[in-house]
Design a protein around this ligand. Sequence first.
Ligand code: UFG
Length: 366
Amino acid sequence: MEKERRAHARPGAGSSWAPSTVLVTGGAGFIGSHACVELLDHGYEVIVVDDYANSTPHVFARVERIAGRFVGAVYELDLRDRRALSAVFDRHSVDAVMHFAALKSVSGSVARPVEYYDTNVGGTTALLRTMHEHGVHRLVFSSSCSIYGDAGPGLLDEATPPRPTNPYAASKWLCEQILADVCRHRPEYTVLCLRYFNPAGAHPSGLLGEDPQDVPDNLMPYVAQVAVGRRERLRIFGADYPTPDGTAIRDYIHVMDTVEAHRVALDHLADEPGMHVYNIGLGQGSSVLDVVAVFSETCGRAVPYQMVPRRPGDVASLVADPSAVTRAWGWRPTRDLSDMCRDAWRFQQLNPHGYAGSARRPGPKG
Ligand code: UFG
């Protein structure tokens, strides 16, 4: 791919406060790596910390190839290692943080709840403490629609009372409550909490996508691996939900829309102090069978599946009322489920074994 350095004026750069250097936790992960591209594309300096628990440093060569710029520095560390994290803040003048780093498997959290609380909540408090010690008070936090729990059919707005049904969701809800409380007591903080629904798809170049280190837990990467022949068939967890086709409904949102929302959030970190919560979704529900049908059409072959019992901790339906973020920022997602399937399929075809074996970044390493 042609390396082209894009000169972008940062929106918001004319206002009294505008971030220039952004620390991205979990920057090697699925959403974090796409966020790095989005930030580099828009002129930000990007510093990454990641422990590679479910990711690989190989991704940065691709991020930099797409963006035509280097990530400023990459540090391998666990957020709970506050000494190591503090050294990163000592070394770089961080203006704002995007906090993606977390464990995210529903079934993993049911099997290992303490690990989920320790990593997700402990990682967030360690980050907050370190930010506080270094006078950094602006954060975009990755939350999840899963905190709404079994809220029933219909569109969920931000006022829907959270009722998490698994430790993963509960850990995100705990983080939200901690962040809200910090903002209540410390007026210098602004936290934009993005509750995203189900990010899927890939960068349109086919260079970046979702590459879980283990058997995929999430639907779209599993379907893609079946389609490419890496796995025999999809197991559909539950055909007895109270939905039109009996399979669970989710609001899938393109990863490029998801990271665009994060980048736009940076322009609003100086609007008003305190915690502000927004749903990031399309506002359209798709069942598991809908996803299988659209993916099968995209890849030109039927994706084989079998129905198996429900997965513990899952719920029937989670669909966003995404109107609040549009009212607040004038932003809305533009890509639909066929775009997600097309881009996920392109990534899977070009990288049948994910990032394995691809080149490491040649640039400086922090
Ligand atoms: N599913 C299957 N078979 C699979 C995988 C998933 O039938 O092999 C079903 C699930 O049961 C669920 C739907 O597909 O009904 C979506 O499952 P995902 O695992 O992809 O996503 P979740 O809705 O469980 O959401 C979780 C977190 C979100 C996070 C999302 C993507 O709760 O916060 O994963 O990481 F955004």
